[in-house]
Structure formats: structure tokens, C-alpha cells
Design a binder for this molecule. Structure first.
Ligand SMILES: NC(=O)c1ccc[n+]([C@@H]2O[C@H](COP(=O)([O-])OP(=O)(O)OC[C@H]3O[C@@H](n4cnc5c(N)ncnc54)[C@H](O)[C@@H]3O)[C@@H](O)[C@H]2O)c1
Ligand SMILES: O=c1ccn([C@@H]2O[C@H](COP(=O)(O)OP(=O)(O)O[C@H]3O[C@H](CO)[C@@H](O)[C@H](O)[C@H]3O)[C@@H](O)[C@H]2O)c(=O)[nH]1
Length: 432
């Protein structure tokens, strides 16, 4: 099938590559001409493992194309543009409607719009009305995406389920054909209406966020009671009704999705005149976590004013270059506000894209050892594998870290080894 993917960001790029791997011919369109040029000439504008190789291969096979314009014969459009949220959860749908406007100005009636962007409940049906008012006739289907950055292509090709929210059976038939290779793998195919499909997407993220927030709260109780956080997660997760995923303690959940989608869902409750008591509590708990962690760091260091603190990991989790909604950045802002001096390191972050509200002292480094220069303490904020392979023995012997304090917000280092090497090691659920 010939498919157009609109908005080649984290989701659009993987959707385009994934659909081409499934055997379709895919045309990716973005308004960002620089992004398209980078996709065509390299390097890939975003980091997702194994994707660059796949792009090169599919491009050579002519299964994948990129451009800034639509083609007249395009009929099936996956809409994957951004849907950012303001603090009160209002979603900015301007990019989505702009994309729709540019498509309908170009293609004749009879196209199929598949909404993959995460949108507030009711959006697909509003789009149907919008198209009707414009006197054009196209079908609209909700087909939310559940991929995780860092595992994106695997998730696209091996999803736990495909959710289709459609009001007519003709669209369902097209989608069955489109996803046939995945249906052959017995991946559950859930057909429902568009509103329910939209709600499934946001509610799934709300459940995940709930799990993380509760685990993080329990982690604080572990500190006070000297219970073992690792054993607690395992013990809870072994209950099949709960499951082991999303029970890792950390600095709080972040990213461009979980925080945004809970705020948006919470706003939908409000708009429909009902109260959600749980969602606002999860948001508050997560925001509070950043302050809690900075207070603990301050206590461990006996004050942080004018002290250099090295921080490893700026992305919102490992294996991505995405810093949107990153807990590391929230923690850095709070440390800078107390006049700490930050030395930051991340293997994939494009430092020049980072902006700070606090105009404090911050410097970024291109290698982990240099980052430690003159630092009082090292904070590990994301779980990149490479941080586990750093030669801490050498760091200790050469006296690279002034006070030999390591604060591990992801519990990725081997506590016994690191303590034997002579560091004061502080980890989640025990000291923080
Ligand atoms: N990032 C994720 O892991 C993830 C997973 C599932 C769902 N989602 C949802 O998918 C959507 C996209 O997220 P993302 O992280 O890929 O965003 P992104 O910001 O990385 O990408 C959006 C892209 O859309 C382009 N764009 C904006 N307006 C356009 C227009 N009118 N025409 C063509 N292109 C346009 C932008 O230039 C950008 O390249 C959001 O709704 C998000 O909530 C994201
Ligand atoms: O046990 C855990 C799991 C995750 N996190 C944190 O939670 C955040 C979100 O992680 P993850 O869910 O892996 O990231 P995303 O790539 O944003 O994926 C989420 O958001 C996407 C966009 O909606 C959805 O498609 C995915 O299904 C959903 O997992 C990150 O800060 C993680 O560090 C934890 O602290 N502990």
C-alpha cells in the first residue's frame, strides 16, 4: 500500500520506517525542511538505535521517501505531528489542524486520516465535523501509538495491541490489510469507536504513571523503615495481577508523554464536569519528587552553594536523545536556583538545544571523566549502560572526584563494589 506519514518526529519516523518494513511504500512529510534534508543526507535528526541503518536500507530499496510536500496520489495519511500541552493540560491542536488543512487543500475527496498523535478524548469526532464544515469528505480513524522511545522500532513491530477507533467498517477493512503482517503474528487487534481509542491511549499512560509514582513514594518509606526497595519491587511485581514492569524507582517519571497525557486526561475530566482525584495527585507527587531529591542532595553535601556537582544523564531516560520533560533538567534547575555549579554529561544530548530558566552556572562536557573535574559529588540521573562501565577505580585512585560522593538516582551501580573502592555511595530507597 502507498502511505503518507505526516510529521517525522520520534513517532512519525518510526511509523514510516516500521510501515516500510511491513512492506508498504511510505512517503514521510514534515514542514521542517532542515529535518527532511538531514533525513535525506544524514545524520538522522534523532537518536533511536538501529534506525539509521534501516532508513538507509529502505531508502535504497525505494520503499521510503521523505519530503516537505504531499503527492497528488497520496490517499492514506498517518498524522503523527506533535500535540504539546500547557501546564493546565490544554492540548495545542494547531499543528494537527494545520496538517489537515494542508492535506485537504491538496488531495481530492476520499482520503483516510489515521490519527496517531495523542489527542484529547473526542478529538477525532471533532475533526470529522471540521471536515464536514469545510465541505470535504474524508474518513477519520483513531489509531493511537504505544511505542516507547529507546525501544521504538521494536515496539512498533511487536506491539502489545493495535487499537483502531473507527466509525465505519470500510476503514476497518483497510486497516486490517495495512497491519496484516502484524495480525499474522497474532498481535491483538482491538476495534472500537474513535473516542474509546483516544481514551485507551491516555488511560494507559495514566496507569503507567500511577505505578511509577506509587513505587517512588514507597521508596521514600523504604528509606525511613530500612526496607529493601529492590526486593519490594520484585515482591510486588511477582504478583501477576500487578506485573513487574514500571516498578523501577527513579527521580520521577518524565518525557514528552506521561506528564503531558495525565495533565490532558485530567483536564478532560474537568471539561466534562467530573472530578479526577487520582490524576492530580499523581502529577503533584511526581513534581514534589524533584524537590525532595534536591533537598536530599543538599543535605548529603551539607549545602550546595558554589559547589560543583557533576551530573551524568540529561535525557528523560536511557537510549534516547530526547530531553523533553526530563527529570534531570528539573533537578538541574532546582540545583542552579540554590547556586550550585553544574557539570553535565550525556552521551546523546545535543547540548546546544538545552535552555534554562535559571541563569546559573552550567557547563557541558564531551567525556564522563572530564565532567568530574573539581566536582564535590557525582549524580547519576539516567540509566545509560555506559555509566556502569565507567572506571571508578581509576577515578578514585587519581582523585578525580573531590569528595568521593556518588548519588545514584537509578540504582545502577554495584553498591558493594563502589563502597569497596572508597566512595560514599548514596542510592534510592536507602539514602534518598
Ligand atoms: N514520543 C513518543 O514516544 C510518543 C509515543 C506515542 C505517541 N506519541 C504522540 O505522538 C505525537 C508526536 O510525538 P513526537 O514525539 O513524535 O513529536 P515530535 O515533536 O518529535 O515530532 C512532531 C513532528 O511534526 C512536525 N510537524 C508539525 N506540524 C506539522 C505540519 N503541519 N505538517 C507536517 N509536519 C508537521 C514537526 O516538524 C515534527 O518534526 C504526539 O501527539 C505524542 O503525544 C509520542
Ligand atoms: O519503572 C519505571 C519505568 C519508567 N520510569 C520513567 O518513566 C518515564 C517514562 O518512561 P517510558 O514509559 O519508558 O517512556 P516513553 O518513551 O515516554 O513511553 C511512554 O509514553 C509513550 C508516549 O505516549 C507511550 O507510547 C509509551 O507506551 C509509554 O511507555 C521515564 O522518565 C522513565 O525513566 C521509571 O521511573 N520507572
Amino acid at each position: 500500500m502507498y502511505i503518507t506519514v505526516v510529521g517525522i518526529g520520534y513517532v512519525g519516523l518510526i511509523t514510516a520506517v516500521g510501515l516500510a518494513i511491513l512492506g508498504h511504500t511510505v512517503h514521510g512529510v514534515d514542514i521542517d525542511a532542515q529535518k527532511i534534508a538531514d533525513l535525506l543526507n544524514g545524520p538522522c535528526p534523532l537518536y533511536e538505535k538501529n534506525v539509521q541503518k534501516k532508513i538507509n536500507y529502505l531508502y535504497a530499496k525505494k520503499l521510503l521517501h521523505f519530503g516537505t510536500h504531499y503527492r497528488r496520489h497520496d490517499r492514506i495519511f498517518f498524522l503523527t505531528v506533535g500535540t504539546p500541552a500547557s501546564q493546565d493540560g490544554t492540548i495545542d491542536l494547531t499543528p494537527l489542524y494545520a496538517a489537515i488543512d494542508s492535506i485537504i487543500a491538496f488531495v481530492p475527496n476520499g482520503a483516510l486520516f489515521l490519527i496517531k498523535s495523542t489527542v484529547p478524548v473526542g478529538t477525532s469526532r471533532k475533526i470529522v465535523h471540521y471536515l464536514r464544515e469545510k465541505n470535504v469528505c474524508h474518513a477519520v480513524v483513531s489509531n493511537p501509538e504505544f511505542l516507547r522511545e529507546g525501544n521504538a522500532l521494536y515496539d512498533f513491530l511487536n506491539p502489545d495491541r493495535i487499537v483502531i477507533g473507527a466509525d465505519n467498517t470500510h476503514c476497518t477493512a483497510i486497516l486490517t490489510k495495512l497491519y496484516q503482517p502484524l495480525l499474522n503474528k497474532k498481535i491483538p487487534f482491538l476495534l472500537t469507536d474513535p473516542t474509546t481509542a483516544e481514551l485507551i491511549k491516555q488511560a494507559s499512560n495514566a496507569f503507567l504513571a500511577n505505578k511509577i509514582a506509587l513505587l517512588n513514594e514507597l521508596s521514600d518509606l523504604c528509606v525511613q523503615t530500612k526496607a529493601d526497595l529492590g526486593a519490594l519491587s520484585l515482591g510486588i511485581g511477582l504478583d501477576k495481577r500487578i506485573g513487574e514492569a514500571y516498578l523501577k524507582g527513579g527521580p520521577g517519571f518524565g518525557g514528552s508523554c506521561l506528564p503531558k497525557d495525565i495533565r490532558s486526561l485530567s483536564r478532560s475530566f474537568h471539561q466534562y464536569g467530573i472530578a479526577s482525584h487520582i490524576l492530580p495527585a499523581v502529577i503533584t507527587a511526581n513534581n514534589h519528587r524533584f524537590t525532595y531529591i534536591v533537598n536530599r542532595i543538599t543535605a548529603i553535601l551539607g549545602g550546595i552553594k558554589n559547589k560543583i556537582i557533576a551530573l551524568y544523564g540529561l535525557t528523560f531516560k536511557a537510549d534516547t536523545d530526547d530531553t523533553r520533560g526530563s527529570p534531570s533538567l528539573s533537578i538541574i534547575e532546582l540545583l542552579l536556583a540554590q547556586k550550585a555549579i553544574i557539570h553535565g554529561y550525556d552521551p546523546k544530548t545535543k547540548y546546544d538545544l538545552l535552555t534554562y530558566n535559571e541563569k546559573g552556572s552550567i557547563k557541558f562536557f564531551s567525556n564522563p571523566e572530564e565532567t568530574l573535574c573539581e566536582a564535590e559529588a557525582l549524580i547519576i540521573a539516567t540509566e545509560w549502560d555506559m555509566f556502569q562501565n565507567i572506571d571508578f577505580e581509576k577515578i578514585k585512585t587519581k582523585g578525580m572526584l573531590k569528595s568521593n560522593i556518588i548519588i545514584d538516582l537509578r540504582n545502577i551501580l554495584n553498591k558493594n563494589l563502589i563502597q569497596q573502592q572508597g566512595f560514599s555511595y548514596y542510592c534510592l530507597g536507602r539514602d534518598i
